[in-house]
Design a protein around this ligand. Structure first.
Ligand code: NDP
Length: 510
């Protein structure tokens, strides 16, 4: 690994009310013990100094030989250099995908495609530890999340869609499903391997071929996945992986050989992609940002709700499009709930992503850390009350304390904008109608959470939420069989389940 030039660290908030370490009592009473370090060994990951593009089943350099560095956000050290795709490489990758579509892959019956998907799922499981460690190194997420959530779910998507590959006639009764052709897939950095599997597994199951561009800060697990494709003997060109900058993503979107575009990322880039596709007959799905309300009623099991709130916003450092970033609490229990939440926050461990005890790892990049810092400062400036538990942050790396805002107004930027960091904005409500009004008062519509003892209230609230996913008495649960997607500025189209297959087929009446 190579040292990066030192840059100034992001300043701390002078206005932050930092509580004394309490380890769960919420009264400033410190318990004099700490968790012993439990570092995950990294030797299973064999980092190469340089990675190529994956085109036509082979690792190749970019057409102009240029590379870019990918950095470990927990140490600020360069992990590896990766070939930077050019428009010429994109053209090569799309041609290779088209060839595979019209020859090898296109001629395989569903049951044969299924065998490849099963094989990929199995190899991912066999290499799960390697994937999890590499994912945590490249993205900054805690190992316990990449090990227990990202990688198992990624493999589960391949298992699930493998099952559909020979059953498309049952998925779409009375109609014949045809693949669309080459799918251009662009994914973000918050769940690199998981987003890859959400996109590649249904596309291949339905008979399409793929050109995928990972995010520039997290290309490594996609390139390890390229190795899995080779190990599974996937015919060359069925999957192509082309790391490169945003601009090269746009040349993929606008390539005339592409039939379908699937994008996950910011609403801003989603808009550009929609413009790039406009006027063509390309199919498009967009999974964009969110600003979800997590609504807690006075009859909710409060301790359970606190766990759900913590999981909703501090999971993956809050870098989650469906994060429960707005907490709506019924006024009568607000004080009690916030006290419990502050207690719980003081037990959250922030630090080395590869330590098995870490709850909140590193923010993915310096740019993202700066964005979070700026938005949190705006919250303080606009008059919200900030709380951060006392915790030491590592000397190096992009870390941010779990942050809780109270006294938040709906007009505050922290209540309106997607922060994509471990920052929770709390608002209160008195009646269910007011909760609905506030929850839906957002440009986004990706997810929502409801905490209450009453089943009838869950059903009532769920039917009023303008959100693609509504969790009841839980949050951030994912399953390959369940569709996921948004309303309004959170995008359109669904991924996961049978809905996810639908986005990759053209249906013809029989
Ligand atoms: P982007 O939307 O810019 O990035 C997502 C993907 O799109 C990356 O692969 C990126 O490539 C690519 N991309 C960037 N520009 C273009 C373009 N013009 N044409 C085609 N593809 C492009 O998100 P950021 O990484 O910049 O994050 C910014 C903010 O977006 C975050 O702070 C967060 O609020 C939000 N976000 C939301 C996500 C979600 O899942 N809803 C995921 C990620 C971010 P490259 O990495 O090379 O720039």
């Amino acid at each position: 690994m190579h040292d990066m030039p030192a840059e100034p660290r992001v300043p701390h908030f002078s206005s932050a009310k930092v509580a004394a370490t309490s380890w769960g009592f919420g009264d400033g009473q410190a318990i004099p013990w700490e968790y012993a370090p439990a570092p995950e060994a990294r030797d299973i990951v064999k980092l190469k100094e340089r990675y190529g593009l994956f085109i036509g089943g082979r690792e190749v350099p970019s057409s102009d030989g240029e590379v870019f560095a990918t950095v470990d956000p927990a140490t600020e050290l360069v992990l590896a250099h990766v070939s930077k795709a050019t428009p010429a490489d994109i053209d090569k990758a799309v041609r290779s995908a088209r060839r595979a579509g019209s020859r090898s892959w296109g001629n395989l019956p569903g049951r044969e495609r299924a065998k490849y998907l099963f094989r990929i799922a199995r190899i991912m499981q066999e290499r799960s530890r390697e994937f999890a460690i590499l994912e945590s190194m490249d993205s900054g997420k805690p190992i316990k999340e990449s090990r227990d959530v990202d990688v198992p779910l990624a493999a589960a998507h391949f298992w699930y869609y493998a099952g559909w590959a020979d059953k498309l006639e049952y998925a779409f009764p009375g109609r014949t499903a045809h693949p669309l052709g080459v799918a251009a897939q662009i994914i973000p950095w918050n769940f690199p391997l998981l987003m890859l599997s959400w996109k590649i597994a249904p596309a291949l199951a339905a008979g399409n071929t793929v050109v995928l561009k990972p995010a520039s800060t997290t290309p490594l697990t996609a390139l390890l996945f390229a190795e899995v494709c080779r190990e599974a003997d996937l015919p060359p060109g069925v999957v192509n992986i082309v790391p490169g900058p945003g601009a090269v993503g746009m040349s993929l979107v606008t390539h005339p050989g592409v039939a379908k575009v699937a994008f996950t990322g910011s609403t801003e880039i989603g808009r550009l992609i929609a413009k790039g596709v406009a006027g063509t007959d390309k199919a498009l799905t967009l999974e964009l940002g969110g600003k979800a309300a997590n609504i807690v009623f006075d009859d909710a099991p409060l301790d359970q709700a606190v766990e759900g709130i913590v999981n909703g916003i501090y999971f993956n450092q809050g870098e989650v499009c469906c994060a429960g970033s707005r907490l709506l609490v019924q006024e009568s229990i607000a004080e009690t709930l916030i006290d419990k939440l502050k207690d719980r926050l003081s037990t959250i461990r922030v630090g080395d992503p590869l330590d098995k005890n870490t709850d909140v790892g590193a923010i993915n990049s310096r740019a993202q850390l700066e964005k979070i810092t700026e938005l949190v400062q705006s919250g303080v400036d606009e008059g919200a009350e900030l709380y951060q538990p006392a915790c030491d942050l590592p000397e190096r790396g992009y870390f941010f304390r779990p942050t809780l805002f109270t006294n938040v107004a709906q007009s505050h930027r922290i209540a309106r904008e997607e922060i994509f960091g471990p920052v929770l904005a709390t608002l209160t409500f008195r009646t269910p109608d007011e909760a609905v009004e506030k929850a839906n008062n957002t440009a986004y519509g990706l997810s929502a959470g409801i905490w209450t003892d009453k089943g009838s209230r869950i059903l009532h609230m769920a039917s009023k939420m303008r959100a693609g996913v509504v969790w009841a008495n839980t949050f951030n649960r994912f399953d390959p069989t369940s569709p996921f997607g948004g309303y309004k500025e959170s995008g359109f189209g669904r991924e996961g389940g049978m809905h996810g297959l639908h986005a990759y087929v053209r249906l013809e009446d029989r």
